[in-house]
Design a protein around this ligand. Sequence first.
Ligand SMILES: [Zn+2]
Length: 423
Amino acid sequence: MGSSGGQPVDSPRLIRADGAIDAAGCAVSPAAMLVRQGRVEVVDRPQAIGQVDAVIEQVRGLLLPGLVNAHAHLDLSGQGIWPPAGNDFRGWVGQVRALRARRTAKEVAAAVEQGIGLALAGGTCLIGDIAGDPAAASINALAASPLQGVAWVEVFGLGSGAAAGIQRVEDICGDWPEQFDGIRVGISPHAPYSCDRSIYMAAADTGRPVSTHLAELKPELEFLQSGSGPLRDMLEHDIGVWSAQVEIPGCHPVDHLAEPLGQCAALCAHCNWIEPEHAQRLAQLGVCVVYCPRASRAFGHSPPTLPSHPWQMLSAAGVKVCLGTDSLLCLDTPDRLSVLDEMRLLMVRDGVDPLTLLEMATVHGAEALGWSRASVCLGPECRGVLLLPAAGATPREMLESAIRGDQLPQWILPPSRSISKLS
Ligand SMILES: [Zn+2]
């Protein structure tokens, strides 16, 4: 922890700010936060805390907990930002495959390191990362960083490739314990158009956290329904993984994967293309959904192509919806990887309530990753505290102005390995 005025590093700190807010009901203005031994002891009005023997620091702005990015691809952080893919998903996948094919393991590790730095710069304290190949590059880098969260190791395998995919699931469990230095190691069957359902069943059977891309693409619906369309062309001609053994279920992706997703702690990314009955089904299954608003926009799954993303329908059905960034490649912020920018888009474009956004970006994300709500609320288990410039008469108005701003958050209490998982 930092020191002030030559005080010992473990001296209590009393940090006074214009306000403080979290998703568990803390909302005070002005605010004081007492920190002892690197942990938040209490946040309240200054007069409620009264006189304490602590180093007093005065800061301007709003205190809030560190944020949760529940869907990232840190290994795609080394290339900067690419032009929006629009509807050319096939071309995008081709570019990503070419990038991955020419990289060394050392370059992958460097990209992950860069992503971790950008995530921390964006105010992230918990992350859900899809670990590509080699998975060790992502898992080891995350385990050595102040971030905690889940690394889901990515698996592919369609038709005749399904057996190898199932073997990969077994190898992941053999190679990595489920808990590894503050990181949970899970499995990510990539998507229902690139993975046989048997791989999902094998992943669910491990008892580990599972994440997948689900109902992300409109052509995914066509492919699962009839085996045709642009994804069939991509799988057969670009990637060369089509075989007579590929089973076409003839139904929607949510119905196709309901059984395995209902048997594990599942977090599904995107869910751009679903109907009310699928929202109900996901709620019944206890599946969490991570919405990546800027990625959805970059790939054309936002207005006007899709009238609106169904996250509010999911939420109303009882699904926990959290926020993710997807990869840096499809974002518009080269200096950070932050769900704060997702909150900003949803507030400015869609008029979403700021407290709802805070809930999605903190407690819902923590729960989706299997961490406690308290790990992202202003109390002793809090994994990190941010300061954002803010104006307003109430904590809520300050939160709205903080989200609308465009400055990087500042860590008042950075994430630390000493505050461990408490779920
Ligand atoms: Zn993704």
